[in-house]
Design a protein around this ligand. Structure first.
Ligand code: AMP
Length: 299
């Protein structure tokens, strides 16, 4: 089954203590779509400007991502610039230039509207609503967000939460949304806002699911070297949704393994700048790391 993914399609300029890389392919939807593509068909919804390099279109195509929902408009591609501190965890946004995203108001291709799995990756909640409004009867809808939308679009985000099956956010966003430092109390409070499944990401400490079957603690893959963590959260949720869409049977039977796959795909994302490492990974390498995680966490 296919996954429809909407989010940002961006050029990212990333600075770490070791290197500077301008205008890499980035954006929440790009990272999530490549991650999901290891498991099954992906339909991308996004917009780029006339400056979007052709080699990035080819990259999407190599991952067999359906691009009928990717528009090119006059103007500039969304550009984000960020800088990491030496610990590679703290990040500062240097620039956010919305470009063609400012006026993006997509009409989905007819063939997109029946996609059973929908991932509303990080982008303005109004756009997430707009895309969801055009879907016929999705089986499972998940969304991600970021602190910016909690600050500037909270009413839209709260409305969106009532329409979701799963909400995925990181620990600082959960704290900001609920006013709770304790992650387990925060999970309970977020359920009350709507979603049946809530996943809180904790970076290199893994993630926690709260759902109908209770809690699941998902480990992060132990990486010794992080080159660039940009897009790790998007890769996590993209991998998780891709795995779920490919699995047959009830969500509850697969969601724990789906998160573990998401966690492993995110680990590969951190090993290269932008999507550089991800585009060279094989399904066999992903399965190998999942097996390792199983060994590391069994007792
Ligand atoms: P993550 O590291 O998972 O937080 O995601 C980083 C990605 O989010 C980058 O590829 C950026 O292009 C994208 N991004 C940054 N700011 C925004 C924004 N305001 N809206 C949508 N995507 C963004």
């Amino acid at each position: 089954m296919s996954v429809l993914i909407v989010g940002s399609t961006a050029l990212d300029s990333i600075k770490t203590p070791k290197a500077v890389n301008p205008r890499l392919l980035g954006g929440s939807a790009s990272h999530a779509a490549v991650a999901a593509s290891f498991f099954g068909p992906v339909k991308l919804v996004g917009v780029v400007g006339e400056d979007f390099p052709q080699r990035y279109v080819q990259l999407y195509k190599r991952h067999r991502i359906d691009l009928r929902g990717l528009q090119t408009l006059p103007g500039k591609t969304f550009h984000w610039a960020g800088e990491y501190e030496a610990n590679m965890n703290n990040r500062r946004t240097l620039k956010t230039e919305l470009g063609v995203f400012e006026t993006f108001n997509p009409t989905l291709p007819e063939v997109y509207r029946d996609a059973p799995f929908v991932l509303l990756a990080n982008i303005a909640p109004a756009l997430q609503h707009h895309v969801l409004n055009q879907m016929r009867r999705p089986r499972f809808v998940a969304a991600d967000t970021m602190d910016l939308w909690l600050n500037v679009a909270l009413p839209d985000l709260l409305k969106l939460l009532k329409r979701l099956d799963a909400f995925v956010l990181n620990d600082s966003e959960a704290q900001q949304l609920t006013g709770e430092d304790n992650v387990f109390v925060a999970l309970k409070k977020i359920h009350r806002l709507g979603p049946k499944y809530v996943v809180i990401k904790q970076g290199s400490h893994g993630s926690i699911l709260s759902g109908p079957q209770g809690l699941f603690i998902c480990p992060a893959y132990p990486l010794r070297k992080v080159v660039d963590p940009t897009g790790a959260g998007d890769s996590f949720v993209g991998g998780m949704m891709g795995y779920l869409a490919a699995a047959k049977g009830p969500i509850d039977r697969h969601i724990r393994r789906a998160m573990t796959y998401g966690s492993v795909v995110a680990s590969f994302c951190c090993e290269g700048f932008g999507l550089q490492r991800m585009t060279r990974v094989t399904r066999g390498q992903i399965d190998g790391r999942v097996k390792e995680l199983e060994r590391l966490t069994r007792f």
